[in-house]
Write a protein that binds this ligand. Structure first.
Ligand SMILES: [Zn+2]
Length: 326
């Protein structure tokens, strides 16, 4: 029976061009960052032919589009990017795309409209908005509306995907919030020190103070005074753990550890690098947005020696052994 129906499907596919029926066309979409690509997969599913430009571990602040990236963007119906100057090297390409009538869409746009963006000291908007899952819900809904507009016959499909995904994001937010604000973690100890300032939204969402050695972009290198200032903070507050980010070279973090040691303070590295501006490769745990947040939360808890609560069933994630609740 199963073999017969497969046979029918195959012959129907062969017949389609003969009958003048075009195979259903999928939307051609390009996504810049790993997070943007994952969201396009979650909302667009099989209705979208996706080209993802950046791979795991790539720093979007520094990434320059290649000739084949530009060709893919020129041939696309829509280019989905994060925005707020995160993709600092794409400005000219985006301008040119606008002239070619390729639709460009910043996932940060609905978050900006809702007034949930954080400002950096100099009035610059912090681009790392995805680290609050509630912001990512807005991005998911915004993307669904864009795809619904570009492919109206499938509008209900995109909106249903966004609703299902938002329910998962809500479960993720609830789990992460209760894990990171557990009463076993003294409030004074809730401090996250990382390579660059990618975690301000994360800290805001989950009640942790954050401090990056570099500012909100990795383009300017950390100065000696940045390194000394963070070492001083570690010493003054007795902070014992500092985190490397997967997309940022580890040299500045090591310089801070050495500077803290010179002050007589022993600081250890987190048990794993955190995912910040890039997620993991798709075959690793951390290769999707949901996994990236879970990866970071568990890595933080384990690094400080705190309890990892079980994941909500709604996330449908299976943890690698070294991440398991204990
Ligand atoms: Zn960044």
């Amino acid at each position: 029976m199963r073999g017969l129906s497969r046979c029918l499907v195959v012959s129907a596919l062969f017949l389609m061009p003969l009958l003048g029926v075009r195979a259903e066309e999928r939307l051609r979409v390009v996504a810049t960052t790993t997070q943007a690509a994952d969201l396009v997969r979650a909302i667009g599913g099989e209705r979208v032919a996706l080209t993802a430009l950046m791979s795991g571990g790539v720093d979007p602040h520094q990434y320059k589009p290649t000739a084949s990236d530009i060709a893919a963007m020129n041939a696309a119906q829509a280019v989905i990017y994060s925005g707020l100057n995160l993709e600092g090297q794409f400005e000219k390409v985006f301008e040119a795309l606008g002239q070619r009538m390729v639709r460009t869409y910043a996932l940060s746009e609905p978050v900006l409209q809702a007034g949930f963006l954080l400002e950096e000291a100099h009035g610059v908007l912090d681009p790392h908005f995805w680290f609050d899952p509630r912001n990512w819900m807005l991005a998911a809904e915004g993307l669904a509306e864009l795809l619904a507009e570009l492919d109206a016959p499938n509008a209900a499909f995109y909106r249903a995907n966004a609703a299902a995904y938002s329910a998962q994001l809500e479960a993720l937010y609830g789990w992460a919030h209760s894990a990171l604000t557990d009463s076993a973690i003294p409030e004074a100890k809730r401090v996250l020190i990382t390579s660059h300032d990618a975690f301000r939204y994360f800290g805001d969402a989950f009640g942790w103070r954050v401090r990056g050695i570099q500012g909100i972009s990795t383009v300017a290198e950390a100065s000696v005074s940045d390194i000394q200032a963070v070492a001083e903070l570690l010493a003054a507050e007795g902070i014992e753990v500092i985190f490397i980010e997967s997309s940022v070279p580890r040299a500045t973090v090591e310089a801070v550890i050495a500077a803290a040691r010179a002050r007589g303070v022993e600081v250890r590295l987190g048990v794993r690098a955190l995912y910040s501006d890039a997620m993991g490769d798709p075959d690793k745990f951390g290769g999707t947005y949901l996994e990236m947040i879970v990866h970071n939360v568990i890595t933080i808890l384990q690094s400080f020696g705190y309890k990892v609560p079980p994941l909500p069933a709604r996330l449908a994630l299976s943890l690698p052994e070294d991440f398991q609740a204990r």
